[in-house]
Design a protein around this ligand. Structure first.
Ligand SMILES: *Cc1c(COP(=O)(O)O)cnc(C)c1O
Length: 365
């Protein structure tokens, strides 16, 4: 019983992708080209933004988004304590300083009420992370950003297709970054990512920075990076994008079924859905006490589970230099000890869910 089964996704798209790969291999068109441009246009239409720039991975996408938003060395970037480390890493790589704030207990998303106290005269940007397939409450964060003259940059790596009353994740800030890491809801056959924006100047700068700071060959306007999207990823992403709504719908059905089955088990807190939101369930995260024991027992029963994430980013050894201490993020820290991600993927069957729930029931006692 795997945590994530990608083989079924690959099988569904093989007939569409393999002939394109054969043509790309024969023509040696490996960088850029028609497939990449077609994917960028299709993803822009899907998200509802004017510009999509396909890039090498989600971390580079975030770095490019920060740079295009004007984040510079020494600037502070506000983000939730509970995220994948890449949100912070991308800021640190350009010499900016991640500033962490706590999350709300219902959704484990950045807590808008905690943001204002973290703003200083060095703050440049706020990064809502659309974690676990949810949409962060940007309608409450945008007024704060506007009041303080800050840029809103979305980390949409876990929420391809998610919507809230404010709109679709990835189209809600000045710039958004996403990841097509294979395990994401829209996954490539390797590393890939994208930056989304309605701002034509930012889009041009991102495209330039991602290609060695160059728009005309061997004319280098900026110190950039090599962060282009490999051409062979485009047909995979195009084929999966065509199925994304259906696959997200299957995840929603599985999440509803988990909620129903788990309602009868005392001691399991199921994830909440914000009214009006369409979550895409990148992860299905329950909370239990004695999480490590429960997790070990599920492991022994052959059930693949995960923790997202066992250590909150400000308390990671990598960020010891920032001087954060235990106790500063009470909600995120308490959650980190209790969260458990159950198997969740579009092709998860009802029978597999029954097995997971029975094993969880057994472990909880
Ligand atoms: C996966 C992920 C990233 C980074 O993406 P990579 O493609 O692995 O570099 C960034 N932020 C979040 C929230 C993610 O889940």
């Amino acid at each position: 019983m795997p945590f994530l089964d990608l083989a079924a996704q690959q099988a569904e798209i093989a007939d569409e992708v393999l002939p394109v790969w054969q043509r790309q291999f024969a023509s040696a068109g490996f960088i850029g080209g028609a497939e990449v441009e077609a994917f960028e246009q299709e993803y822009a239409d899907y998200i509802g933004v004017d510009h999509v720039i396909g890039v090498s991975n989600g971390t580079d996408a975030l770095e490019l988004a920060y740079r295009a938003a004007g984040v510079e060395a020494g600037d502070e970037v506000i983000m939730p304590a509970n995220t994948f480390i890449a949100t912070a890493e991308a800021a640190s790589r350009i010499g900016a300083v991640p500033v962490f704030v706590d999350v709300d207990d219902d959704h484990l998303l950045i807590d808008p009420d905690a943001i204002e106290a973290a703003i200083t005269d060095r703050t440049r940007a706020i990064v809502p992370v659309h974690l676990f397939g949810q949409t962060a409450p940007v309608e409450r964060i945008t007024p704060i950003a506007d009041r303080h003259g800050l840029v809103l940059i979305e980390d949409a790596a876990q929420s391809q297709g998610a919507t809230s009353a404010a709109g679709r994740a990835g189209a809600l800030g000045r710039i958004a970054a996403t990841s097509f890491y294979p395990g994401k809801n829209l996954g490539a056959a390797g590393d890939a990512g994208a930056v989304m924006t309605d701002d034509a100047d930012a889009a041009a700068l991102i495209r330039n920075l991602a290609a060695h700071g160059s728009s005309v060959k061997y004319v280098h306007d900026h110190i950039g990076m090599n962060a282009r999207l490999d051409a062979i990823q485009a047909p995979v992403l195009r084929a999966k994008l065509r199925r994304l709504d259906r696959w997200n719908q299957a995840r929603r059905a599985a999440a509803a079924r988990y909620a129903e089955l788990l309602a009868d088990i005392d001691g399991v807190r199921v994830p909440a859905v914000h009214p009006g939101n369409e979550d895409v369930w990148h992860l299905y995260v329950v909370r239990v006490s004695e999480r490590d024991r429960v997790m070990a027992e599920l492991g022994e029963a052959g059930i693949g589970v995960g923790i997202h994430y066992p250590t909150i980013v400000p308390l990671a050894d990598a960020y010891a230099g920032l001087g954060y201490r235990r106790g500063q993020f009470p909600v995120a820290e308490a959650a980190a000890d209790r969260i458990l991600s159950l198997p969740m993927f579009p092709h998860l069957t009802a029978a597999q869910q029954d097995v997971v729930v029975a094993a969880l029931h057994q472990a909880i006692g």
